[in-house]
Ligand binder design. Structure first.
Ligand code: GUN
Length: 291
């Protein structure tokens, strides 16, 4: 079997087109242009790249972005006071504090300081708490896990009653992805570094979400024939043949897994573009709620 390739780039582009149209509609109706504030603390190169990508994407769909770059030795008070200013700024509809924060800063306190009305990342404890509760709905859902669900649906997966396995339990991806799958009525298993018989658990999955952060860890014999495989990993591996000296690979050994999977996301071009599209979508929704 050769897997259907789930084209995240194309699906995200469609979503971005819808956001751009929604922004223009809002502005044409005399409402304020949606605005996203990005907060980057320190000089983590990957974070700098991600934030630049988010700002560029905002510009492309007509969302205004307000970039705040703070030094790594910023104090907790300074960071929280910036968040409070942004909470009060009517031009800002979404606040994104790029994670991880430099050591010494309390991430939970910072996320807690963001107004839940502007929590377009969906990381505020109240939004996450609502995601975990039956009959409650968060104002915003974290962008990467929301993108994972959207890709599965676009690829034709039936989530209800499916045996879904999530490999990884991070706050940003694994745990919220598992919670969203529960909301979709899947039967969910969360795996991590202490899971026994990991390969066998993964091989039983109709839907396998991999967000463990280890290059090409999931091999062909971990995948059930016909399964939907979503690879959230983004790892740099040395490659002297590339100008920049490395290439990007996912957490799944793509070529071999594609021989057995029913559908699979590539890296890059799978989940990554969906994260940014989801952020734009959430920012537009926030601006609509505020207007
Ligand atoms: N770090 C890695 N992914 C994300 C994300 O989606 N949002 C934020 N704020 N930080 C991240």
């Amino acid at each position: 079997m050769t897997a259907q390739i789930i084209d995240g780039k194309a699906i995200a582009a469609e979503l971005r087109k819808d956001v751009a149209a929604g922004v223009e509609e809002l502005v044409a109706a005399g409402k304020p242009r949606p605005g996203l504030a990005t907060v980057l603390v320190g000089e983590n190169p990957a974070s700098q790249t991600y934030v630049r990508g988010k700002q560029k994407a905002c510009a492309e769909v007509g969302i205004e972005s307000f970039g705040h770059t703070l030094p790594a030795d910023t104090s907790q008070e300074e960071l929280e006071s910036l968040v409070k200013e942004l909470n009060a700024d009517p031009k800002v509809h979404g606040i994104l504090v790029q994670l991880p924060l430099p050591p010494g800063l309390d991430e939970e306190k910072v996320l807690n300081a963001i107004s839940i009305e502007k929590d377009v990342d969906g990381f505020h404890p109240i939004n996450i708490g609502r995601l975990a509760q039956k009959g409650r709905e968060p104002l915003f859902v974290p962008c990467t896990p929301a993108g994972v669900i959207k890709l599965l649906k676009k690829a034709g997966a039936t989530l209800e009653g499916a045996n879904a396995v999530v490999l990884g339990r991070s706050n940003i991806v694994g745990m919220p992805a598992a919670l969203l799958l529960v909301k979709e009525n899947a039967t969910v298993t969360i795996c991590h570094s202490r899971t026994k018989n990991l390969k066998d658990v993964c091989r039983a999955a109709d839907i396998l979400i991999v967000a463990i952060g280890r290059a090409e860890m999931v091999r062909k014999d971990w995948v059930k024939p016909g399964a939907y495989v979503i690879d959230v990993g983004m790892n740099r591996v040395d490659d002297a043949s590339k100008k920049r000296g490395y290439r990007l690979v996912g957490d799944v050994a793509y070529e071999e897994a594609a021989e057995v999977a029913g559908a699979i996301t590539p890296v890059p071009g799978g989940v990554g573009p969906m994260t940014i599209a989801g952020l734009l979508w959430n920012t537009l929704r926030s601006a609509k709620r505020a207007s």
